[in-house]
Design a binder for this molecule. Structure first.
Ligand SMILES: *Cc1c(COP(=O)(O)O)cnc(C)c1O
Length: 949
């Protein structure tokens, strides 16, 4: 046996566990189990056509060599992406730490207080720097954040405007090109008309609902927008401002100018360029718009004892409740990156940020002076970090290239230069030398930085920021290291125990997959660097696209979408473009089964489609008769079906071929939600079931860690007829020949983390991938059998098998006063994160162990569930003072002098023997959701400030 095979590390159960597990399940072989699980008519006939698996060592060498094909130039391209210094203490303790990167979205607040606090820091930082009232816990990138701002302003437009059908949105020509492209994509399906122009020539008397401005402008010009915003307000036009977060340290924040929304990227707060991402976008608005705000908001509340506790506020799972009426389809965001950006502010504090912003500005000012001395004209009249120089671009470009420097060439004689935190005086002199050489002037060396501000007094920031304690007390490394560790200890992540969240696929994020992310050849590349400097990336991304084509059976892939939900949206927009190309502009009906994930209808609404919900049978399957009826009824306007496969109920529906055929017969395309791809890889695929497009959640099936709620990558893979429409980028063209405009800001989305999925596929190879799927199915069915007799499984396939996950029934326990939430909270006392609660069926739990969990862990989990089942048995409706209702139990409760509960301390905290060895203590008692929503507070003010009076 090749003991260096990565599959042996990735897959949990050992070979000699197999017999016992199969016996429990009642299958003679693994093959038999798979045959009983997946319908034979959709099985692949042979293994995937992929290159042989690499060992971990081989991959490390391979990725190093590939990385060396990327040329790390000094990039002064700007356009929303700037080199940044990641503080080593944050790199080592957060970015490279599984305690942070393997956690999930903080649905279970009591075991997520650490990252909730870290995100609260991020929100506070955003609120203070922008001068706004409320901020969310990150969006996907600046381009999509701008689109969300447009959508929010459209949603909150005044009653008169709604009556008059006002739909015009002004976009300043100063907006970043990639943001404009995303706005174009997002505006047309929802009926918004973009008008692009010079904000100084804006006609305020015209009927607009909103406007967006860039601050500073795309090439660095700083404008005072105060007059524009107040005039706009007089005309009921609400203004969003896309702002450079670092510039706000020195410039008047848009909030003080009256902006309704302020948004942007926090990339330059210590996040690597990574050839485009992942980076956290920020989004801040006024309190009055909080209910229309996209994404998650972290809020402060209290626990059972009245102590301060944090949790996600306001309809945590918004889309699941509001479906196609949801304010956005954001599910996965960029939490890990927001944690890092927040920590960057904790590390630097207000003084440190001031120092950096001053230095960046001084560098730009000094460079402008030096270039003027060399006879160049610098045209920005006011700027922060970016100057524009008139010069022979061709000449400069040649010399700059020889010196490994990138500028942005606006046209033949205009060059923009954006400076950043890393820029030293030596770097400035190199730039000056390039320009001196280009026009043959003598070189005058820069020795010190100028200290005068190059913007007018009226945009000079005077208000304080980052005044809260947290930004002012962890400035030694020891203090910060301990702060990060203190937060980490409050959170349960995959490095503690299994997180069996159904539909979320919390599998191993192997160290060998993660290591390349820290290599400068990978993380220091600007997304708009010339392609010849990114050959390592180009090769890796092309190979990954090819691998995903092979895995899905499709013809083309785009890696642009930054989450599964963005993939859904991208796929639907591609379907829309396909129909339109055939003259079928009217095809706008999306059929969606009632069991679908909430992002499906939310994405369909964003793509301008009308959602028609189809019924689900008693056994959980799609009601084919109802589907047929609706497909035929809408056949003239049918755009697509959105179907999850295997279903969100964890079942391979055998009617799937009939279902996809039915849609095609009625002129529709089939969108497959690929979140459950972990049950398909190597055994069947979307092309085989008759789909035309699917998204993949690389952060589920393909091993990118969830990061506490992001990053994500949601590529879409498409059949040949849809390839021409794959999205492009306005700066670096990508996609098909009839490409739709951009879905995300960066050409290849979050390219850096694509390395993880690439490594996953390279190291597993065809056989390892297939085995992973088989073991995912094995592990799920093992749990199903172990829990049999204690919990009912809601749905299973024709042969009684689950796919890679299963739903267990918890509703009957209501008779004993026990809700599914009580089980979720009690699991914490046993050291486990709850499975998915109440999705897709309210009052149930969905368990997905993945292939990475070994037999011992599966057994510990099942033992916990069975023990809890006994506790449920002992509960009574009339007395809610029981071990489940009081869960979770904190260390404080267990060790306090008075113990007033009708059960022992041991039963509360150490109910099973194995727990003692690896006890996890939740740090707060059960959080009060309702209190937090009534008293919404999403920044780090002290508790006294919002105690209910
Ligand atoms: C996770 C999931 C999504 C959304 O993916 P994100 O990456 O969180 O946007 C969509 N559908 C299903 C079934 C999912 O499980």
């Amino acid at each position: 046996m090749k003991t260096d095979a990565f599959a042996l590390r990735h897959i949990g159960p050992r070979e000699n566990d197999l017999e016992h597990m199969l016996k429990t399940i009642g299958a003679a072989t693994l093959n038999q189990l798979i045959d009983e699980t997946i319908p034979s008519d959709i099985r692949l006939k042979s293994d995937l056509d992929l290159e042989p698996a690499m060992t971990e060592y081989e991959f490390a060498n391979h990725i190093q060599k590939l990385g060396n094909k990327n040329k790390v130039f000094q990039s002064y391209i700007g356009l929303g992406y700037n080199a940044a210094i990641i503080p080593a203490v944050i790199q080592r303790n957060v970015f490279e730490n599984p305690g942070w990167y393997t956690a999930y979205t903080p649905y279970q607040a009591e075991i997520a207080q650490g990252r909730l606090e870290a995100i609260l820091n991020f929100q506070t930082m955003v609120i203070e720097l922008t001068g706004m009232e409320i901020a969310n816990a990150s969006l996907l990138d600046e381009g999509t954040a701008a689109a969300e701002a447009m959508a929010l302003l459209f949603d909150v437009r005044s009653r008169d405007q709604k009556k008059n059908k006002t739909n015009k949105f002004f976009v300043s020509e100063e907006i970043l090109p990639q943001t404009l492209s995303v706005l174009q994509t997002r505006s047309s399906p929802i009926g918004v008309e973009l008008v692009i122009g010079n904000h100084e020539e804006f006609d305020f008397s015209s009927e607009y609902f909103g406007a967006i401005l860039q601050y500073p402008g795309k090439f660095g010009q700083v404008n005072d927008y105060t007059a524009f915003i107040s005039k706009a307000a007089e005309n009921e036009i609400k203004v969003a401002v896309a702002a450079d977060i670092l510039s706000l340290v020195k410039l008047t924040p848009p909030g003080e100018m009256g902006a309704a929304v302020v948004l942007g990227t926090t990339q330059r707060f210590g996040i690597p360029l990574g050839y485009g991402g992942p980076h956290a976008a920020y989004f801040a608005t006024k309190d009055e718009y909080k209910r229309s705000m996209p994404g998650r908001i972290i809020g402060v509340t209290v626990d059972t004892d009245g102590n301060r506790a944090l949790r996600m506020a306001l309809q945590t799972r918004e889309q699941h409740i509001k479906r196609d009426k949801a304010t956005s389809n954001i599910c996965t965001a960029q939490v890990l990156l927001s944690v890092m950006a927040g920590m960057y502010s904790v590390y630097h504090g207000p003084k440190g940020l001031q120092y950096i912003a001053d230095k960046v500005h001084a560098s730009a000012a000094t460079l402008a002076n030096a270039l003027e001395q060399s006879g160049y004209l610098q045209t920005n009249t006011a700027f922060f970090d970016t100057i524009v120089v008139k010069a022979d671009a061709k000449k400069v470009k040649t010399i700059a290239k020889e010196n490994e420097i990138n500028f942005y060439y606006i046209d033949d004689n205009t060059i923009s230069i954006s400076l950043n935190e890393t820029t030293s005086i030596t770097d400035l002199n190199k730039i000056v030398a390039v320009f001196a050489s280009a026009n043959g002037t003598a070189l005058t060396l820069i020795e010190t930085l100028s200290e005068t501000n190059h913007f007018p007094e009226n945009v000079n920031r005077t208000s304080p920021f980052l005044t809260h304690d947290v930004f002012n007390k962890y400035h030694s490394e020891t203090a910060l290291m301990r702060y990060i560790k203190m937060l980490e200890r409050k959170d349960l992540a995959l490095n503690h125990s299994m997180i069996s969240l159904g539909s979320c696929t919390m599998k191993l994020n192997a160290a060998s997959e993660m290591l390349p992310l820290s290599m400068p050849q990978w993380n220091n590349i600007h997304p708009f660097a010339p392609l010849d400097q990114a050959q390592g990336y180009q090769e890796m991304l092309a190979k990954l696209e090819q691998q995903l084509n092979v895995i899905t059976g499709f013809a083309g892939t785009t890696l642009q979408p930054n989450s599964g939900a963005q993939g859904e949206y991208a796929g639907l927009m591609v379907i829309r473009a396909y129909h339109q190309s055939r003259g079928d502009h009217h095809r706008n009906i999306a059929l969606i089964p009632s069991s679908a994930h909430g992002t499906n209808p939310a994405s369909a609404a964003m793509a301008g489609m009308k959602v028609v919900v189809t019924k689900t049978l008693e056994n959980g399957n799609i009601d084919v008769d109802d589907l047929r009826e609706k497909a035929i009824l809408h056949k003239d306007n049918l755009a697509c079906l959105m179907v999850t496969y295997p279903s969100t109920h964890g079942v391979f529906e055998s009617a799937i071929i009939e279902i996809t055929q039915l849609i095609h017969d009625n002129g529709g395309q089939v969108y497959m939600d690929g979140a459950n791809m972990n049950a398909q890889v190597g055994l069947t695929n979307p092309a085989t079931i008759g789909a035309d497009v699917c998204h993949l959640n690389l952060h589920k099936t393909f091993a990118i860690p969830h990061g506490g709620g992001g990053p994500g990558v949601g590529p879409i893979c498409v059949a040949p007829q849809l390839v021409p429409f794959l999205p492009t980028n306005p700066v670096i063209p990508t996609g098909g020949e009839n490409a739709i405009t951009a879905i995300s800001a960066a050409p290849w989305g979050s390219a850096l983390v694509c390395l993880i999925s690439y490594g996953y596929i390279c190291m597993l190879g065809a056989e390892g991938l297939r085995q992973s799927t088989e073991y995912a199915i094995l592990n799920a069915n093992y749990i199903k059998e172990k829990l049999n007799g204690h919990y009912d499984t809601l749905y299973s396939g024709e042969n009684g098998r689950a796919a890679h996950e299963m739903i267990i029934e918890c509703r009957p326990f209501k008779e004993k006063g026990i809700e599914v939430t009580d089980i979720a909270k009690r699991l914490m006392d046993y050291g486990f994160h709850a499975p998915t609660v109440s999705f897709p069926v309210a009052g149930t739990m969905m368990i997905e162990p993945t292939e990475s969990e070994n037999l011992e862990e599966l057994d510990r989990f099942c033992d916990a569930m069975i023990a809890i089942r006994k506790e449920i048995e002992a509960a009574t409706l009339d007395n809610p003072n029981n071990i489940l209702k009081n869960a979770p139990h904190t260390l404080m409760m267990a060790t306090t002098d008075s113990w007033n509960f009708p059960y022992s301390r041991e039963a509360a905290a150490f109910p099973l023997e194995y727990i003692a060895e690896n006890k996890f203590w939740p740090t707060v008692r059960r959080v009060d959701e309702a209190y937090g929503d009534r008293n919404l507070n999403c920044s780090c003010a002290p508790i006294e400030a919002y105690i209910e009076s």
